[in-house]
Design a binder for this molecule. Structure first.
Ligand SMILES: [Zn+2]
Length: 212
């Protein structure tokens, strides 16, 4: 009896429209992250990333799509004064490879070819930069652990590291190239690394504020 009831319950839950609604809302929320694109496009690191990926022209395409919303490829090429419509593809594909733009293809009036509509994904750029900062923070923390031990010496030519005993044994000269070994205070390094982490955390905070 109890089992039957439980079964019924499960069935009810499955077909419960309320649950379906909740699911939809969650999906919607994941997709609809609204970014303050004006502020985003003023961030030097954001612009630099897009230029590195797709060049100055690619940044122009990206900014244009952000300001105008989805646009048909030929119209986009025309508006941005590309000589040929397919000259813009190179830039769109570079952006697409990093998920910074997406496309929708539509076949019109049974024609053999597709018409492409492109749109920008500014939220992806925020995620990418966030990840870059987070990765650097992680790596910096890791190297702080390594540097914690004690002061060391470093060759001024090849940057090889020596601990205090090794440096003494070699008369403060590098075994590879005879370079002078310079004393490095780990305290100073840790300080520098910590201030880099503080700086990156501030940057992360700025990024978080871009999400409306
Ligand atoms: Zn050396």
């Amino acid at each position: 009896m109890a089992t039957k009831k439980a079964k019924n319950k499960v069935k009810k839950v499955k077909s419960n429209p309320k649950i379906k609604k909740t699911k939809k809302v969650v999906v919607k929320r994941e997709k609809k992250i609204v970014i303050d694109t004006n502020k985003l496009l003023k961030l030097e690191e954001a612009r630099k990333y897009v230029v590195d990926v797709a060049g100055e022209k690619g940044l122009e395409v990206f900014e244009f799509l952000i300001s105008k919303g989805e646009m048909e490829e030929n119209l986009l090429a025309k508006k941005l004064k590309f000589e040929k419509a397919n000259a813009i593809r190179k830039f769109l594909y570079r952006l697409y490879n990093k998920n910074l733009v997406s496309y929708r293809k539509v076949r019109k009036n049974n024609k053999a070819w597709y018409t492409y509509f492109w749109s920008a994904n500014p939220e992806k750029l925020v995620f990418i930069i966030r990840e870059m900062y987070e990765e650097e923070i992680k790596q910096t923390k890791k190297s702080m652990e390594l540097n914690k031990a004690e002061d060391f010496y470093v060759c001024d030519i090849c940057n090889r590291r020596y601990d205090v005993n090794e440096a003494l044994q070699n008369d403060f000269r590098c075994k590879n190239d005879g370079g002078v070994l310079t004393h490095i205070e780990s305290g100073k390094i840790l300080e520098d690394k910590q201030s880099r982490i503080d700086f990156l955390n501030k940057k992360l905070h700025v990024l978080d504020q871009l999400v409306k």
